[in-house]
Design a protein around this ligand. Structure first.
Ligand code: FE2
Length: 401
């Protein structure tokens, strides 16, 4: 057997920026048509008798009333906190904690997309830390106390994967950027992914959220954290997205495409939950904070220029993604295969009708410095395969204008 010291020398001679990986747990999840009807059993299994529902309201869908009815029938009382916006703000979280503290609730249920789930995660963290300011949880591993309440996450959009992950994204309303709160305690206790609820998504949101899931897959596979067990999930998600996203957006009655997008967004979330993200998300967080822009749309806009920026740093990963997207890469160098993948992403984006640029969302030259500063410092930039500083970030922002 080799001597321990010899082995160690071999390791330090390789450049490994993140030699120790953390593979994070994700919650059990019910998936399938009609699984939302089991929500009463799910809530009771988590010990809930009176739960606070956190949601943007999902007005016009009937989802909230339906779920409340099922819970009531199962003997679980509910109240609704819906004083929140799709990009949840720090003060909305603190208002939710106030409502939660004023009642005798023994559980939290989020219903909606990433915004509702993220807001509920943050409310739970703050409540478990006796009302500590939500801003103090920015960054990684800031929780010092265990969760006081269970969180049942009922997801309605095929994109963010928040119902699976340990990330919560909250707008810092003074500094005008999105904070990433990353902690295993943010992970919901149980998730529900019913394609029937996802089917209620409007068409434009289907495209945006699908591109968010694609961004999760791309960034997790290309990530410099190089969590190799996450590659299979990310690459499988890319295959499903290329095969189903167009159809899922074009025909909201195509059950097969809608269900495959549910599986794809979950696989993408399993992937990034451990492998991390990159500057597509750093830019989206900066844009979402300053202009309150939709997360998935920001990712879709930033995706091409960031991939072009990152390709030279991870050509082998981009070649893997090209094959996952169904591109025949035989005879191509990794760089050429990566370029073909980026072209395929551009084609997908065009087919989804996404032509918006950052300038259309309000980006002005005078804001570039602030945005570049926040994006370069965003926790997601740590996973980016290519080194990124203020000037690099500014250039990529400008390219996306
Ligand atoms: Fe995302």
């Amino acid at each position: 057997m080799p001597h321990f010291q010899d082995t160690k020398r071999t390791l330090v001679n390789e450049r490994q920026e993140y030699p120790i990986k953390m593979v994070h747990a994700y919650p059990s999840c019910s998936v399938g048509w009609g699984c939302h009807t089991m929500v009463g059993n799910d809530a009771k299994a988590l010990g809930m008798t009176k739960a606070l529902i956190v949601t943007t309201g999902l007005r016009g869908t009937g989802i909230i009333d339906t779920i409340r009815g099922i819970l009531k029938h199962a003997g679980v009382e509910t109240d609704v906190f819906d004083k929140m916006t799709p990009n949840p703000k720090d003060h909305e979280v603190m208002a939710g904690v106030k409502v939660l503290s004023a009642g005798d609730y023994d559980g939290l249920i989020s219903i909606g997309g990433g915004g509702s789930t993220d807001c509920c995660k943050a409310i739970r963290m703050v409540y478990s830390h006796d009302g500590q300011d939500v801003r103090s949880f920015e960054g990684a591993f800031q929780c010092t106390k265990p969760n006081k309440l269970p969180h049942l996450a009922i997801n309605t959009t095929s994109g963010t994967g928040s119902e699976i992950s340990c990330f919560s994204i909250i707008n810092h309303t003074d500094k005008m950027y999105k904070m990433a709160l990353f902690d295993p305690n943010a992970t919901p206790s149980k998730a529900i992914n019913d394609p029937l609820l996802h089917q209620c998504m409007p068409r434009d949101l289907t495209g945006y959220t699908g591109m968010d899931a694609l961004a999760h897959s791309i960034e997790a596979v290309a990530s410099r954290l190089n969590v190799q067990s996450a590659h299979g999930q990310g690459l499988w998600a890319i295959t499903q997205i290329f095969e189903n996203l167009r159809e899922s957006q074009a025909n909201r009655n195509n059950d097969k495409a809608i269900e495959q997008m549910v599986w794809a967004e979950m696989a993408a979330a399993y992937s990034f939950n451990s492998a991390g993200l990159g500057i597509i998300h750093s830019m989206a967080h900066a844009m979402g904070g300053l202009y309150d822009s939709p997360h998935g749309l920001c990712n879709a806009i930033g995706m091409l220029d960031t991939c072009r920026y990152n390709l030279p740093a991870a050509p082998d990963k981009f070649a893997m993604m090209a094959r996952a997207a169904g591109i025949n890469t035989v005879g191509m160098s990794d760089i050429k295969a990566g370029e073909a993948f980026i072209d395929a992403v551009a084609e997908l984006k065009a087919d989804l009708g996404i032509t918006t640029r950052f300038a259309d969302l309000g980006l002005q030259e005078k804001d570039l410095d602030g945005l570049a500063k926040f994006a370069a410092a965003d926790i997601c930039s740590e996973g980016n395969p290519k080194d990124v500083g203020f000037e690099d970030m500014r250039r990529v922002f400008k390219a996306c204008m």
